[in-house]
Design a protein around this ligand. Structure first.
Ligand SMILES: O=C(O)CCC(=O)c1ccccc1C(=O)O
Ligand SMILES: [Mg+2]
Length: 368
């Protein structure tokens, strides 16, 4: 297989509602969509970098720059027998995982389409159905949050994740546990606490949380290990894990008991698959995180979730939770409440609606 041409488009899509975390607020989706052409098929990949460098240091602009200047030229015209080779072709360039992943996932999609198999099967995925949880952004009041939770439980979501920050944590846990004593609940702090908050964080153990996601520094593992040694609630790392090597180190020092896999944060599907394999060997459960993806990224997340290490519900909600109109046809919908069917059609398993892509495009470049 040879990559004959690559198109990079910048898209802007209105989100149904803003999403607020401890690090900021996202109102509109600003992202890159990559399309690779092999002469036989077209593969698509979505970049999970955001407009601002808040979740990670990457942005839509830096990803555009890295892809067009370095990453796309490194793969154009090369004979590729398997998408695992992309990681090697890009390996000498430091970091910029989200930009690399956008290109690598597009090539995985093209590879699966050339083989006539689903992306899930190309990866070695076995599950046909996956359980879905919901990540709820910070709400104006606790009452708003409680009513949102109620609505999502009615829709069948298998696990509720609430976003927290200092000053907005225990009150939420208390209120949720009062109304919903038994639901699977977890919290995501997006690095809002410091080790000096340890006594306060230990009180989280009273609320039967499935896990606490990334309580401490985005670049830390050491303090997380100190905290985990005293905290009964499992720590799940998100921001801190950029590779299988990071996961190995985090597990070996006891910095976490669970890992959130985001394909973009890890630089692609090859790395994500390897990380989940390592986690199986160490009996560390993983689940698929989300970056408010549009349809292409959403389908890629569903494919990776079909791998056996993904034993907990992911943040892979249906399209309609984020957008009025997705760029894929059909959009992602529940097969039954709280459950998605992993597509069996070739590649990501849905048609990318080029007419809609065109409507949301604000910039483009084609490299050949
Ligand atoms: O529904 C989703 O896509 C997950 C939303 C989410 O939690 C999130 C969204 C944007 C950036 C970071 C995170 C996170 O998991 O920390
Ligand atoms: Mg997170």
């Amino acid at each position: 297989m040879k990559i004959k041409s690559v198109s990079i488009r910048r898209l802007q899509m209105r989100m149904k509602e803003p999403f607020e975390t401890s690090f900021g607020r996202e109102e509109d989706k600003d992202f890159l969509l990559i399309r690779v052409d092999t002469g036989h098929v077209q593969g698509y990949g979505e970049c999970t970098a955001s407009f601002e460098p808040l979740y990670s240091e990457e942005t839509t602009d830096t990803a555009w720059s890295m892809l067009s200047t370095f990453f796309v030229p490194a793969v154009l015209g090369k004979e590729i027998t398997h998408p695992d080779e992309i990681r090697t072709l890009l390996g000498h360039f430091r970091r910029n995982q989200m930009a690399k992943s956008a290109l690598e996932t597009a090539i995985w999609d093209a590879f699966a389409k050339e083989q006539g198999i689903s992306l899930s099967h190309a990866l070695g995925g076995l599950k046909e159905e996956i359980d879905v949880g919901i990540s709820i952004g910070i709400q104006p009041t606790t009452m708003h949050l409680l009513r949102k939770i109620e609505g999502y439980l009615v829709q069948g979501y298998k696990r509720i994740k609430v976003k927290i920050r200092p000053g907005l944590d225990i009150d939420i846990f208390r209120a949720v546990r009062k109304e919903f004593p038994d639901i699977p609940m977890m919290a995501d702090a997006n690095s809002a606490y410091r080790l000096e908050d340890l006594p306060h964080l230990l009180t989280f153990d009273d609320y039967d949380l499935m896990m606490i996601e990334q309580p401490l520094g985005h670049d830390d593992m050491i303090d997380h290990a100190v905290l985990q040694a005293q905290l009964r609630t499992p720590i799940c790392l998100d921001e801190s894990i950029h590779s299988t090597e990071d996961a190995r180190k985090a597990i070996s020092i006891g910095a976490c008991k669970v890992i959130n896999v985001k394909i973009g944060r890890l630089g692609g599907l090859t790395e994500s698959r390897e990380l989940q394999q390592l986690c199986i060997e160490h009996h560390v459960p993983v689940w698929c995180g989300g970056m408010l993806e549009a349809g292409v990224g959403r389908l890629t997340n569903m494919a990776v979730t079909s791998l056996p290490g993904f034993v907990l519900p992911g943040d892979t909600a249906p399209s309609a939770r984020y957008f009025d109109e997705d760029i894929i046809d059909p959009p992602v919908t529940f097969a039954k409440p709280g459950v998605l069917a992993v597509p069996s059609q070739p590649g990501i398993g849905a048609v990318v609606r080029e007419d809609r892509v065109e409507r949301y495009t604000v910039d483009r470049i084609e490299l050949r």
